[in-house]
Design a protein around this ligand. Structure first.
Ligand code: FES
Length: 101
């Protein structure tokens, strides 16, 4: 799937992978602001992204653990996801994610 990232500085990056998590894709390609400090176990929120509203149906809502974690982030919005909790598959093709922090 191709995934578009928009960094805090407004730089667009289009990346592609067939599997793994969105956080791993971002970290492997040095997307600024996606750090993945906890290694993808939903406990740091350094992989926080805002999904483009029109792509929300594609990504789906956060799980309970993810929601709890997002509550601690001042930049959380109704379109927030932790990208380590998003598995890459064809279903995510073409989505746009804004780096939250
Ligand atoms: Fe830590 Fe996603 S990498 S919550």
């Amino acid at each position: 799937a191709k995934i578009n990232f928009i960094t805090k500085a407004g730089v667009e990056m289009q990346l592609e992978a067939a599997s793994g998590s969105v956080m791993e894709l971002a970290v492997n390609n040095s997307v600024p602001g996606i750090d993945g400090d906890c290694g993808g176990v939903c406990s740091c929120a350094t992989c926080h992204v805002h999904v483009a509203p029109e792509d929300w149906a594609q990504t789906g809502a956060p799980g309970d653990m993810e929601k709890d974690m997002l509550e601690f982030d001042d930049n959380a919005s109704e379109f927030s996801r932790l990208s380590c909790q998003m598995s890459i598959s064809d279903e995510l093709d073409g989505i746009t994610l804004k780096v939250a922090n």
